[in-house]
Design a protein around this ligand. Structure first.
Ligand SMILES: [Zn+2]
Length: 62
């Protein structure tokens, strides 16, 4: 049977794509969680986007 090799989206390590691989396309739980964490952090940043903007305004005022 032909092996399918993918690269882990987090650490870029080559991972064999198997039906029973729990963390695909990641190589391990740690990478899956790290990527999910990044995604959540990215999402959480969105409501904070106004902050640097108001900082810019106060700089202009001062
Ligand atoms: Zn990985």
């Amino acid at each position: 049977m032909k092996k399918t090799i993918v690269n882990c989206p987090n650490c870029n390590k080559e991972v064999e794509w198997r039906d029973d691989s729990k963390w695909k396309p990641f190589c391990c739980e740690r990478c899956k969680m790290a990527d999910l964490g990044d995604w959540l952090t990215e999402k959480n940043r969105i409501p904070c986007e106004e902050e640097p903007f108001s900082e810019e305004i106060s700089k202009t005022i001062n």
